[in-house]
Design a protein around this ligand. Sequence first.
Ligand code: NAD
Length: 353
Amino acid sequence: MIRGFTYSASPAHIDFGSGKAATVGEWVERIGCHRALILSTPRPQVEVERLRNVLGDRAAGVFAGAVMHTPVEVTERAMEMVRQTGADCVVAFGGGSTTGLGKAIAYRADLPQIVIPTTYAGSEVTPILGQTQEGRKTTVRSPRILPEVVIYDPLLTLGLPTGISVTSGLNAMAHAVEALYAEDRNPVSSLMAVEGLRAFVRSLHVIIERPNDEAARADALYGAWLCGTVLGTVGMALHHKICHTLGGSFDMPHAETHAIMLPHTAAFNAVAVPELLAPVAELFGGSVGGGLWDFAKAAGAPLALREIGLSEADLDRAATIATQAPYPNPRPIDQASVRALLQEAWEGRRPMG
Ligand code: NAD
């Protein structure tokens, strides 16, 4: 039987397709703006320059200093450039780190945002901003943070290294897996979650073999949109709480941490809600955690927290932090069960179930 639910659709404009980045100037005008500050990470600037050329005199300047976890000091430097250039909107061109900077600016100055995502993190379709100050990561949610326009152009993802493609894809898949058992899930979010997972199952192994395969890149970006949309729509649970803990308090890299944790948190919760995770079992060879672990291994993802620099001595503290102010979770948790789960993930063992 369909349970009662509430459903609100995001008001963002989505423009999807190869070559669509060329429409960025039109979008600047359609949202009533004239001078866009382009944001990026400090990676090679050829594509950023191309974007600046497309924008022509609608480009106010380039701030290429975005970094992971949106440190407030970086946002303040970008805000200074907003003031100096008289920018009236931002164009964030890159992964979740760049999108995060655009959101941080929008949150402070209420500037409209156009995002051109080049990873699968999904931040571009959520009203959530995580930022760090003095080593502490805090999260805010506001309609002002949700980007107004997202341009998904698969051609701009052809150069995304395969390692990042895989971990970023698993990051997106984690949004979908947790959406399936979210307390506030609804039939549409669950449909999107399963379709998002399917898109990555179809595309990630092709991308590993042929990073320039445009159809596979389009499929993965489609999956990223769906998985990001459910992240922005329903509440996340234990998996995201653990990853926020490891990122915020132990400086673990975002996508890799999600990639390693997903099979373990999914296996843990599958015990409590096998019926809700049945579509995951079906997609991954009959087992939720084991199937996701096999998929991640075949894709060459890191499998153990120790591989990405977490010390075993930190596991007790991580379990304690992750169980404080817990997110709602379908299976009850305590310090001991989360500690055991972290040990498995630290060692990189294939989860049962
Ligand atoms: P990222 O944006 O840091 O990108 C990873 C690396 O890939 C960077 O070095 C970047 O320069 C490079 N890169 C990006 N696109 C490229 C391309 N097409 N070709 C070559 N290199 C490219 O990493 P991410 O995983 O996309 O984002 C992580 C950040 O996003 C974290 O700060 C995380 O907290 C945030 N995030 C926020 C939300 C949200 O809803 N608020 C959701 C997901 C992630």
